[in-house]
Design a protein around this ligand. Sequence first.
Ligand code: PEP
Ligand code: MN
Length: 352
Amino acid sequence: MLVVMKQNASEEEIGRVVDQIQAMGYDARPIPGLQRTAVGLIGNDGRVDSARLEGLPGVLEVISVSHPYKQVSREWKEEDTIVTLSNGTRIGGSEIAVMAGPCAVESRGQILETAHLLQEMGATILRAGAFKPRSSPYSFQGLGIEGLRYLAEAREATGMAVVTEALDAEGVKAVAEYADIVQIGARSMQNYALLRSAGQCGKPVLLKRGMSATIKELLLSAEYLLAEGNGEVILCERGVRSFDTHTRNLLDLTAIPVVKSLSHLPIIADPSHGTGIRAKVTPMARAAVAAGADGLMIEVHPRPEEALSDGAQSLYPEQFADLMGQIRVIARAIDRDFVPSLHGVAPAVTAS
Ligand code: PEP
Ligand code: MN
């Protein structure tokens, strides 16, 4: 439930609404907007008497949010959420943010080499798993904390922000300590205990859509993060299971405009896991940006044939450089900006 205040409502009037909601036994969350403030009532169990709020001074109207996800919805917050990282990268604004890197941190040398290459090519966020969720328990599981340390070193060396996955509550703590964004992978999207700890970790969270999850389920999982007080959530479409065997997954591009209409949260696309095939990554990355994605997550490896995981879907660095040039053109065509390289190697192109 949302209590929308009048445009000229005073701080005292907003405070009275907050007090009243708390007196009714619920949590209150003021949401300042460009036009006016709203106060969200958290935890509506269907027994809230809206009349006790409607009559308070300064209240314009009381709206009941129609979706099962509340704080994630556009009804709750009309303006787009923008997540700003410490290196200045913004996700959810007019810019297209690019996260790139190998599937996994394989060694110190590999991640430093890749980070330098990608930073030169204009990526501002480095991706690589230190804790890998592998289908087989016998496959490479990642370097763990050692991998996180190498990622932190790569950040120091390049100025790139770091996104990496956490598989459990303990991992969330470690990842939040070393990285800029905590990634919750597709296989963990409905691990509600993990979502709760990610919601409390104090860092932005990248939430990937489960491979068999509906958009509604994705948004409900995001609601867990917001319910814990973490509003810095980035959604990610990474492909869903389909009946066709030509690709590993079916990248659901429709999810991008659908999520944009239902939620204020940013959504990026991962065409690497979304297709599973190197040759399909670039066309689908272009399409995702054209469809309105706020960013991309792309797997790139300096020598994909030597990769310990997902080599077949990892771009060669030159392919990634080409893709960056193409995204710049597409971004301009749809009135979006392109995040420049941190060191100005690739100048920003702003739509005029
Ligand atoms: C990843 O991005 O490293 C990953 C494992 O992806 P997903 O969770 O989408 O399979
Ligand atoms: Mn991978």
